[in-house]
Design a protein around this ligand. Structure first.
Ligand SMILES: *Cc1c(COP(=O)(O)O)cnc(C)c1O
Length: 218
């Protein structure tokens, strides 16, 4: 696989779903990838990337941003509230808002900075005990709390379906929850299932290994 293959498959999936060309954003998930692979994908013109650890992003993206214009990095992994300020300096979007304590921290930090990253609420659609995310039954109330209590603009919802289940059921559930809350964006779909996610309305797909190759375990 390569970047162009994935871009083509996204275009085909958009067309099949009757969606406008370019309506799906490809987030190239560069976590744990060697810098040379990331640089190669930047050279091919990709500018939107995803990282799941604050520290790792801090170690690599400031230098890449100096070399390449227009880079955007999205946080797709858990955010500890004591790293909120650091995260706001590193990411254009946070996909993993999942608890009130974090909403409160973000609200304070955003006010102090005067600008807010794009925010997605992570939903634990499979209700897996080990997984982060708001439970489906709590989503509507949490969206309301973020908006009304903390004045945070919420852009969309994000989910990582359970590995052993058909992801389409989870994508459909996430789309339904977004719709009834008036949320336009859906961060869903990874290397193995992004076409199915696009069929069900994904606006942001997070694709790692299909672009960069298998992650080197670190
Ligand atoms: C690693 C990761 C991805 C990318 O996974 P691939 O299967 O390599 O495409 C997507 N989303 C999240 C939240 C991840 O942590």
């Amino acid at each position: 696989m390569s970047l162009t293959d994935i871009q083509e498959r996204i275009a085909v999936a958009e067309a099949k779903a009757g969606r406008a060309a370019g309506s799906v954003k490809l987030i190239a998930v560069s976590k744990v990838q060697p810098d040379a692979r990331v640089a190669a994908v930047l050279e091919q013109g990709q500018r939107l990337f995803g990282e799941n650890r604050v520290q790792e992003a801090a170690g690599k993206w400031p230098a890449f941003r100096e070399q390449f214009d227009g880079v955007q990095v999205h946080l797709i992994g858990p955010l500890q509230s004591n790293k909120v300020n650091q995260a706001l300096g590193l990411f254009e979007a946070i996909h993993t808002l999942d608890r009130e304590k974090l909403a409160k921290k973000l609200a304070g930090a955003v006010q102090a900075r005067g600008d807010c990253p794009e925010l997605f609420i992570q939903v634990n659609t499979g209700e897996e005990p080990q997984k982060a995310g708001v439970l489906p039954a709590d989503v509507d109330a949490f969206v309301k709390t973020c908006r009304e209590v903390y004045d945070l603009p919420i852009s969309g919802l994000m989910a990582i379906p359970p590995v052993d289940e058909e992801p389409s059921l989870h994508f459909a559930l996430l789309a339904k929850m977004a719709k009834r809350n008036g949320l336009a964006n859906l961060s869903m779909g990874m290397s193995g299932d992004f076409e199915r996610a696009i069929a069900l309305g994904a606006t942001h797909v997070r694709v790692g290994s299909a672009i960069f190759g298998e992650r080197v375990k670190g």
